[in-house]
Design a protein around this ligand. Sequence first.
Ligand SMILES: Cc1cc2nc3c(=O)[nH]c(=O)nc-3n(C[C@H](O)[C@H](O)[C@H](O)COP(=O)(O)O)c2cc1C
Length: 176
Amino acid sequence: MLARRSAPKVTDAAPDDDVVVSLLEAAGRVADHAALRPWRVIAIRGDARARLGAALAAAAGLDGEHAARLSRKPLRAPLLLAIVAVTTTHHKVAAWEQEAVAAGVAHQLSLLLDEAGWGVMWRTGPHTRHPLVAEMHGLAPGERLLGWLYVGGLPAGTRPERGLDSGAAARFSSLD
Ligand SMILES: Cc1cc2nc3c(=O)[nH]c(=O)nc-3n(C[C@H](O)[C@H](O)[C@H](O)COP(=O)(O)O)c2cc1C
């Protein structure tokens, strides 16, 4: 965990769906109030990345070169894993608790992919929750995107040690 780094640039290599599902099986073991399993993951590869790019550009209301630039963003990695919080109304478990579970799964998955040697970077953007973007993913009511893990191969020689520490001591206090 101390060595984890995000990888802004990745190669065209990518884990297949079986690998992703096996890592997700472990990532999905997060603490989960009432065991709602309030998450799902959608793999976006190939032309689906271009459809996501078009949805982002339409959501932004852009056209011309600006639209083209935004719509190329999902092409930065061969595999995007869309993280979906699947929230339901529950008498004990508020929606924010359910989103916390989905975010936990995404963080664990990102760590596992990193440990397995893949390059990963969690990305969002101002249009992540736009209806056109939801429609492109086929989301149902109550399903909300938490962004995408951009996944690919690590370019040779890019395994730097983590630069900044997380400042844990300054973020820790105790009450007696
Ligand atoms: C929910 C979430 C959304 C993020 N969205 C973006 C993003 O859209 N663009 C970006 O450059 N970094 C984004 N980041 C941050 C990167 O994933 C990464 O953590 C950051 O660049 C720091 O690098 P490090 O993880 O190696 O410390 C996001 C992180 C999280 C948890």
